[in-house]
Design a protein around this ligand. Structure first.
Ligand SMILES: *Cc1c(COP(=O)(O)O)cnc(C)c1O
Length: 365
């Protein structure tokens, strides 16, 4: 036990517990002879919208596409500005850039790691059209304050929910506050497929129609194309697998929350732990702590057979790919997070014994 490696994540082990149902789904889809936009996608869309309490869900090819198509649905004028947190994963920023819009970075709060509503207004100009919030690590953003700003300045709101499946704010699901909620089902996410997949949720029939059209070559009727669209369809196989896993999503989140409470209760105060607030139902896609000597801590844990990750080692402002796209600026809070954050093992297949061992080893650092 002492010497077995604790992986950060083990997808083989995680998905092994779905083997029988996955096999049945595979056979059903294989034998149906229909692999794109069929009954499995329809079923999953219905189940996923029901799960989130949204009126519509539209399956797409990835989380990146879910955000990109959401922005495309508004047809904003080229060069319009879109506000986005400075410490997000690059996909959120790419989705803005790929729509020929300008990403405007706003710093997160050092307590929640999510966009700081108090800093948004200073970034708004006459060109600002939308905010893309990111519910990072599985914690909702402070939605009341953000909704107020959107209303005051007539901004559209898109929520990047790639890390927040099942997370709520004051009892309401992330993804249902803005015009669109964009989800990723990348295999490591709380609701993960066996390949790339994503979905957009929304409450407006017209907007839902726009996403449906955009994902399928801009077409409502086969061979008749109304707008310049994309090929970004969720396939039948992934949809069928997702329907299987969706039934266990609450169980997955419950398990992660139990492991998180062990960390929260037993880790020494030397480590800065995530905040807990009764208004927020956190699903801990990632359980991060912060520590001044993060790299040393990571190496020490690895020496003790515990693998960890860093989300993320490089901030968007320092990414070569974004050099010509982002305005230069100082983002000290993001830098602080990028330099000190460490993600601990917290997957569906980790046991409380394993997490207890991580805690014991960490407390001796
Ligand atoms: C994973 C992730 C994405 C992108 O999802 P893909 O399915 O990989 O395209 C976007 N935003 C955030 C915050 C993510 O964690």
């Amino acid at each position: 036990m002492r010497n077995t490696m604790i992986d950060y994540e083990n997808l083989q082990k995680l998905n092994a517990s779905f083997f029988e149902e996955y096999t049945k789904s595979f056979e059903r889809v294989l034998n149906s002879g229909w692999y794109i936009l069929g009954q499995s996608v329809k079923n999953f869309e219905e189940e996923f919208s029901k799960y989130n309490n949204s009126r519509y869900a539209i399956g797409v090819a990835s989380g990146l596409d879910a955000i990109t198509l959401s922005l495309a649905a508004f047809d904003f004028e080229e060069g319009s500005e879109v506000i986005v947190p400075s410490n997000t994963y690059i996909a959120t920023i790419l989705s803005i850039a790929q729509n020929n819009l300008k990403p405007i970075l706003v710093e997160p709060s050092l307590e929640s790691y999510n966009i700081d509503p108090a800093k948004i207004e200073a970034a708004i100009t006459s060109k600002t059209k939308a905010i893309v919030v990111v519910h990072l690590y599985g914690k909702s953003c402070e939605m009341n304050a953000i909704l107020e700003i959107c209303k005051k300045y007539e901004l559209k709101l898109i929520e990047d929910c790639a890390q927040s499946h099942g997370a709520t704010y004051k009892g309401k699901h992330t993804g249902t506050f803005g015009e669109f909620g964009a989800f990723s089902f990348y295999p490591t996410k709380n609701l993960g497929a066996l390949g790339d997949a994503g979905a957009v949720v929304c409450d407006d029939a017209e907007l839902a129609h726009k996403i449906r059209r955009l994902r399928n070559y801009g077409s409502d009727v086969k061979y008749y194309n109304e707008v310049l669209g994309y090929n970004s369809r969720l396939d039948e196989m992934q949809a069928a697998f997702l329907s299987v896993k969706l039934k266990r999503l609450d169980d997955i989140n419950k398990h992660k929350r139990e492991l998180a409470s062990l960390y929260l209760k037993n880790l020494k105060l030397d480590f800065i732990k995530p905040v807990v607030d009764p208004d927020y139902f956190d699903v801990y896609h990632i359980f991060n702590i912060r520590h001044e000597r993060r790299d040393e801590l990571k190496a020490y844990l690895l020496k003790n057979n515990i693998k960890t990750e860093i989300h993320y080692p490089v901030s968007p402002i320092n990414q070569n790919a974004l050099k010509g796209i982002l305005d230069k600026g100082a983002f000290p809070i993001s830098e602080e997070i990028h330099q000190t954050t460490l993600s601990l093992p917290i997957s569906y297949c980790h046991t409380s014994d394993e997490v207890t061992r991580v805690i014991e080893v960490m407390n001796k650092f």
